[in-house]
Design a protein around this ligand. Sequence first.
Ligand SMILES: *[C@@H]1O[C@H](CO)[C@@H](O)[C@H](O)[C@H]1NC(C)=O
Length: 367
Amino acid sequence: MLMETSVWFPLVFFLVILVVTDTALCNAVPVQAMFVFGDSLIDPGNNNNLKSLASANYLPHGIDFSEGPTGRFCNGGTMADHLSILLGLGLIPAFTNPSTKGSNVLRGVNFASSAAGLLNDTGAPFGDRLSMDRQIVGFREIILPQFKRNIGRETTTEGYLAKSLFFSNMGSNDFLTNYILPTSYEPKLYSVPAYQDHLTQVYTRQLKELYNLGARKFLITGIPPFGCIPFAIVLLNLKDDQCVSKLNDMAMHLNSKVKTMVQQLNKELSGASFLFWDLNNIMTEIIDNPSRYGFKYTNIACCGAGRLNSILLCTEDVPFVCPDRSEYVFWDPFHPSDAFNAIVSEQAYGGKLQDTYPMNVKQLLQL
Ligand SMILES: *[C@@H]1O[C@H](CO)[C@@H](O)[C@H](O)[C@H]1NC(C)=O
């Protein structure tokens, strides 16, 4: 009996291992790294190392995050965090973190910076930040050379980057912290539609530059309905607690121009695949049907105080944090909750085509 067990045990064990690893391999997508460009929706703490008013490296931010308060404007993980975990890459290191060098850059780097936008001037009232152009310069001048030194001999930089995901979420701040801020000069130069065209032209140039540096698989988010952030409602909608439709119209029009840009880039750049992640569509759907997604509150910040918890911003000094955080679409007056980020990231990764266009992230990486 004893003999029998000891003979069979290794075999069974071996078979189990075989089945487990086989399943894991089937589920894993072929992706080497993820490079992230964006704003506070996906900033992992880059502004901690800049002279910026837009930084969040203190509680209650990070209250539900594995690493505590890191500079993420969220109780938990951002969309970039949920996605990179779904891809099996773990958390992607922040560009300005001093330890993001050497072999630490091989799973990718996150350049996203709060208050930043496609334009250099966007977010200026908040102090220093990495505009999209500065994020691309950081990739080209600082990260790529380290990457090439550490990549090993089995693969080429070209091959490695072609199997990496380039995720960009930009554009909201070009309205919120530029166009509609009275401190900005931009409104004097452009009508809203002309400004949107200008933004998409700049964005096109920037994405082509990433392509020229070796990027091939792109995930580009649309512009979320920023008229629904509690801060915008409190600031601009004095009669009720509904989304500010004037702002949502701006977001929607820019969103459709970004989608057209993605279609154009897919035609124009050979060997590249651009995927459009329609955050506007998903966020509107969730705000219109909260209970379908497990939410109760769509226009009240979980952290903050005053009307819609959005008069006093979410800082160490604001005592109120809701206990039932997963029931809130918005964590603070500007940024969605971990629960929201988890749901939409899963949809982008493996969901249907109303969320992403023309395929989902999993399919993009299997191309
Ligand atoms: C940002 O500034 C750099 C350096 O001055 C310039 O080359 C670039 O064109 C500017 N980008 C935008 C979007 O204006």
